[in-house]
Design a protein around this ligand. Structure first.
Ligand SMILES: C[S@@+](CC[C@H](N)C(=O)[O-])C[C@H]1O[C@@H](n2cnc3c(N)ncnc32)[C@H](O)[C@@H]1O
Length: 233
């Protein structure tokens, strides 16, 4: 089973030792739920599947230079965005609660030692030691699955602890008038105001958009996209 792997930090870090143990993080149920989806459906059958990542890339264009950036992709799934980011940045941390999603992604893009760190971890739990700090944190359709206040707070704490000074965070979640469920799960839908309040005063909103994604079944899915820049610390 793909639990976690990472590479490319050489003597600088013992990243390979950073193993998120499923049994210790209490994420078995969620892991199984997402695994069953990723093992039973081809990517184009997933309700959130997009064959074109340009909506996200449009936001990354607002960041001056990402070629030296480390990107943290929360709940990466099997997103095509990964293929787009790989040639554009220096390093990517690919996180997901589903080891099957990470397996499928690895089969598609390869292990990419030195370029990719694989992190099988529930993003609502504190990140393990050794995860490289990010210059850019990206989340499309992951945060909105966290329903309990403590999990949402822990998510934002991870974001703030992991992101470098002057780093950027792009959050793209179902808007308040969006669908109440996805993948069979209830959602916490977001307004721009709530996102901005939760990420905290040390972040400045630099770009936002209301965007209606048409899913593979032809259904409209309104999102709120927001790009924040960290002021200093
Ligand atoms: C709706 S999909 C979006 C996938 C990807 N971000 C995209 O845009 O295609 C949600 C993803 O988040 C992952 N996920 C759900 N809850 C998570 C959690 N607590 N921690 C990490 N990943 C999670 C799922 O396994 C799935 O890959």
């Amino acid at each position: 089973m793909h639990v976690a792997c990472g590479a490319g930090f050489g003597a600088k870090s013992k990243w390979w030792q950073v193993i998120a143990d499923v049994s210790k993080t209490n994420m078995t149920t969620a892991n199984e739920h997402w695994n069953s989806i990723f093992t039973s459906k081809a990517d184009p059958q997933l309700g959130w599947y997009e064959s074109d990542a340009s909506q996200t890339l449009k936001f990354l264009d607002a960041i001056p230079d990402i070629s030296n950036a480390t990107i943290f992709l929360s709940g990466a799934g099997t997103s095509i965005l990964v293929d787009e980011l790989l040639p554009r940045c220096s390093h990517i941390v690919l996180n997901d609660i589903s080891d099957q999603a990470l397996n499928k992604l690895e089969e598609r893009i390869g292990k990419n030692e030195g370029k990719v760190s694989w992190l099988h971890h529930d993003i609502s739990k504190p990140l393990p030691d050794g995860v490289p700090n990010a210059d850019i944190w990206i989340d499309r359709a992951v945060l909105h699955f966290l329903l309990e206040e403590k999990d949402i707070q822990s998510y934002f704490s991870n974001l703030r602890l992991n992101l470098n000074p002057k780093g950027h965070a792009l959050l793209a979640e179902f808007a308040t008038d969006g669908a109440p469920k996805c993948a069979g799960l209830d959602l916490h839908r977001y307004s721009l105001e709530e996102m901005t309040e939760r990420i905290g005063p040390e972040f400045t909103l630099i770009k936002e958009d209301r965007y209606t994604f048409i899913n593979p079944f032809g259904d409209p899915r309104p999102y709120v996209y927001a790009l924040y820049k960290r002021n200093k610390c």
